[in-house]
Design a binder for this molecule. Structure first.
Ligand code: NDP
Length: 484
């Protein structure tokens, strides 16, 4: 395995920074359970240095032409693409996701975001509004210092999905990765600095939730963008509200996939596989409640179980492997507990259900059938490779059941009936919906949740709205006609 040790724990003001007084955070390779690196949590001095760097850099960065900012982001995208293999290996070491996956889904996605928002930076503008002889115009302004806080499942992508639109708009950022996956965001900071981002524009500091909480309540911070669970989202949203800070909350889900009897079976099974087992099920938008119309249920389950035999489980750094471990031992235990609850509450285990091996945090891909809506596995986010298959009869019935959840992140429908597909997409209570495919999230389209799954949107033009604000300037042309 290549050396995963970072040059230092933090990246502040354009350079690596260290303070060994901070608590040690160990980096464990999920494929073997071995320690591969360590970083130190940010001390108050490190937090202060990062926030000072970001605030000092912000005015000059926002004063640069959008064209110049955009060029730097695009150059960073090129650097990241050139280093795709090295960064993908690091992502695999950090998360345990198979290299086969990370080579095409992580650094590449970060590069796409930097390129797309880099291209947009020069086009950001306000508008002119004629009001008789008077007129007004609006100026699109950055918010200031933004804080990004990441989950552990897509550490490179999350660092860039937050950083790219923030920087394109003229903000600066302090990013805190999850303590489980501290390594990859440092590489995004390195690439941006090498591409010419001035010192302090994009900083990374390590730490657990307490470091995140300190950042969120600092008076210099104008915006917080969190990717994480709903309970953390509630805390961060409340803390941000104290200072009336802008927020984007990308939180958890329990998304439905509806499979009608006229669907192309292979496509529907493929969608359910990608929506439950890619990244070993550790994806927020996964469609973990798979509703299958009754008359195709047996055929669907048989084909799903058959295709899951195609999984190659093993060391995720081996490119032949297409199914890796859970990110951590803690997550392994959480998922095994859910599997036990599924069995205890009467769901039928079709395949999987067990831990595999003693080294690394591997669990078999697991499918439960005959799942009822009120079972724990059908209500709570598991964040692991566990699919719940539920039966349904009619469109009206399944739509009501699909929407009967406090979450609203994503939803999918498989059918050949084009009007039904769009009718259902319209009725879904979810931020991202897919028809006859699942879990595709290109940078060009917005992504985010409704209901408890979050507020705000990442990616697409919508992200610009969430990293900038409008100032209105009214211009009087005829003098002031006061009544007294
Ligand atoms: P957590 O909610 O546990 O943590 C998310 C981040 O918030 C971590 O960096 C964590 O630090 C930090 N944090 C924890 N407490 C606080 C606090 N009080 N103030 C500020 N920051 C805090 O989520 P996980 O890392 O376990 O990630 C899994 C969750 O993320 C799932 O629910 C999943 O659905 C969701 N997710 C959502 C996505 C989306 O786009 N909608 C995408 C990917 C995941 P630390 O962990 O280091 O203590």
């Amino acid at each position: 395995m290549r050396d995963a040790k970072p040059r230092a724990s933090h990246f502040i003001a354009g350079a690596y920074a260290e303070d060994e007084q901070g608590d040690v955070i160990e980096v464990i390779y999920p494929g073997s359970g071995e320690k591969v690196a360590q970083v130190h949590s940010a001390t108050p001095e490190i937090v202060e240095q990062a926030l000072t760097a970001a605030s000092s850099a912000q005015t000059a960065w926002s004063a640069m032409l959008g064209t110049e900012r955009g060029r730097i982001l695009r150059r960073a995208a090129e650097i990241i693409r050139e280093r795709n293999r090295e960064l993908s290996e690091l992502e695999t070491i950090d998360t345990g996701k198979p290299l086969q996956e990370t080579l095409v889904a992580d650094a590449t996605s970060a590069a796409d975001a930097l390129e797309w928002f880099g291209n947009l930076a020069a086009s950001l503008r306000g508008e002119h509004i004629q009001l008789g002889k008077d007129w007004a115009y609006s100026i699109r302004e950055p918010l200031g210092v933004c804080v990004g806080i990441g989950a552990w499942n897509y550490p490179t992508q999350i660092a860039a999905w937050k950083g790219a639109p923030a920087l394109a708009c003229g903000n600066t950022m302090v990013f805190k990765p999850s303590e489980e996956t501290p390594l990859c965001a440092l590489k995004v900071a390195e690439a941006l600095t090498e591409a010419g981002a001035p010192a302090g524009v994009y900083n990374v500091i390590q730490g657990r939730g307490d470091v995140g909480a300190t950042l969120v309540s600092d008076p210099r911070v104008a915006k917080v963008s969190l990717t994480g669970s709903v309970p953390t989202g509630k805390k961060v949203y409340a803390a941000a509200a104290e200072g009336m800070r802008h927020v984007t909350m990308e939180l958890g889900g329990k998304s439905p996939i509806l499979i009608f009897d006229d669907a192309d079976l292979e496509t529907a099974v493929g969608g359910a596989i990608l929506g439950n087992f890619y990244s070993t099920g550790q994806i927020c938008s996964n469609g973990t409640r798979v509703f299958v119309q009754k008359d195709i249920k047996d055929a669907f389950l048989a084909r799903l179980a058959e295709r899951l035999k195609g999984i190659t489980m093993g060391d995720p750094l081996d490119e032949a492997v297409n199914y890796g471990p859970m990110v951590s031992e803690a997550q392994l235990k959480i998922v095994l507990d859910f599997i036990e609850k599924g069995k205890a509450e009467g769901a039928r285990l079709v395949t999987g259900g067990k831990r595999v091996g003693r080294n690394g945090w591997f669990i078999e891909p697991t499918v439960f059938a005959d799942v009822a809506d009120d079972m724990t596995i059908a209500r709570e986010e598991i964040f692991g490779p566990v699919a719940s298959i539920l039966d349904f009869d009619t469109e009206e019935e399944v739509l009501a059941r699909a929407n009967a959840t406090p979450f609203g992140l994503s939803a999918g429908v498989f059918t050949q009936d084009v009007t039904r597909a769009h009718r259902i997409a319209r009725a879904f209570q979810a931020g991202s919906c897919w028809i006859n495919t699942y879990n595709l999230t290109p940078v060009e389209v917005s992504f985010g949740g409704s209901k408890l799954s979050g507020v705000g949107r990442e990616n697409g033009l919508a992200a610009i709205e969430h990293f900038s604000q409008l100032k209105t300037v009214y211009v009087g042309m005829e003098g002031v006609d006061a009544p007294y």
